[in-house]
Design a protein around this ligand. Structure first.
Ligand SMILES: [Fe+2]
Length: 368
């Protein structure tokens, strides 16, 4: 740490090690509601700190015994806050780059199966983006890479895996996929469902095709609705990686890039795709591409059995007609920059783009 600032990597490490830290978010309430650090405490101090009224920080019970990290959008107001706290004798640091930089913090949760199969869920906590590395014997596949290649390379190395395949569950519109980049860096095969309209070459997989990774069998299902090329990956008979088709608290939105008529068609497709997933074994663990909740550094996997979701999500019990009506009446706000991001993902290159600017903000993927 320098005297006044702490980097994203340093704070991430502290949280990973469960070290004592008090994180104070000083942004306006509306920004806090958009996205936040799960372990933080909030005080709406932005205006008052910027107008020289430091007394706002007296309204929070800040411990003197642990380091304090102040957070704002880009790391300017938080610097004022940390200085005010230092003047009071508190060990305080400003999170360098603020939430915009914190968007690239990550943590993981993992699950081991008796067969030797291991699934690691790699999470970007701020935005609730979930990617996966699935390993068996000495091979692995990365699904929906959302962080720099080194993250997945390191995880593979730690587990003695060679990353044989990479894939995306669909053409994402809310974050820039790093899958193509990962494939280029490590020379692994890039799989996509055969109807994916991307501009780069890939190894096409057909609906229900099975691919082997180590001793495990992965079956690819085309599950259109959220997007046409959306797919779900069944991992042995233990899990399904569902992309933005099925979440643990809702379903994917069928409206992006669609007019009203198209949204109805996509909504019907989604209903059909979900019925295919619901016909699979109840014991399958559903592993989605997003969560609408801010992810904690708790090592707890974000997933739920299909049986639980069948019981919990009323949306899954609706007839097609009811489903379309309900879905289209509950469309969340459109994610910022989604057309630009989808175009980049279709191209497979983000050269010349500032990812942190494009991807800032929470996710708006689910319909509950
Ligand atoms: Fe999506």
């Amino acid at each position: 740490m320098d005297e006044k600032k702490i980097s994203v990597k340093q704070l991430q490490e502290m949280l990973n090690k469960s070290q004592d830290v008090f994180i104070l978010d000083v942004r306006p309430t509306d920004q806090r509601e958009e996205w936040r650090i799960a372990e933080s405490t909030h005080v709406d101090a932005y205006k008052r700190l910027n107008s020289g009224d430091n007394s706002v920080l007296n309204e929070v019970n800040i411990p003197h015994s642990v380091p304090v990290v102040t957070v704002c959008a880009v790391g300017r107001t938080s610097l004022i806050a940390s200085e005010v706290l230092r003047e009071k004798g508190i060990e305080a640091y400003s999170l360098d780059g603020g939430m915009k930089a914190w968007n690239y913090a990550w943590n993981k949760a993992e699950i081991n199966f008796q067969s030797g199969l291991k699934i690691i869920q790699v999470r970007r906590p701020a935005k609730g983006v979930l990617s996966y590395i699935v390993g068996s014997a000495n091979e692995a596949i990365v699904v929906d890479a959302a962080l720099e290649p080194e993250v997945y390379q390191q995880l593979a190395k730690e587990n003695g895996w060679k990353i044989k395949y990479v894939t995306d569950t669909h053409i994402h519109a809310d974050y820039v996929s790093r899958t193509k980049e990962l494939a280029s860096v490590i020379g692994s095969q890039h799989l996509m469902i055969n109807n994916a309209t991307v501009e780069y070459s890939f190894r096409p997989v057909a609906d229900q095709e099975v691919i082997c990774v180590g001793n495990s069998k992965l079956q690819f299902f085309n599950t259109p609705g959220h997007t046409l090329e959306s797919m779900t990956v069944k991992v042995d008979d233990v899990a399904i990686i569902t992309g933005d088709t099925l979440f643990i608290d809702g379903i994917g939105r069928p409206d992006l890039k669609a007019n009203e008529g198209e949204a109805i068609i996509k909504s019907k497709q989604l209903h059909h795709s979900l019925s295919i997933l619901l016909s699979l074994s109840d014991s399958l663990l559903v592993l989605p591409a997003h969560t609408s909740k801010t992810v904690s550094f708790d090592g707890k996997l974000i997933g739920e059995s299909l049986a639980v979701l069948k019981d919990k999500l009323d949306l899954l019990k609706l007839s097609e007609k009811e489903f379309v009506k309900h879905t289209l009446s509950r469309i969340p706000p459109t994610p910022p920059n989604y057309l630009t991001i989808a175009t980049l993902n279709r191209k497979g290159s983000y050269e010349g783009q500032q990812l942190a600017d494009l991807e800032a903000g929470g996710n708006h993927c689910a319909i509950a």
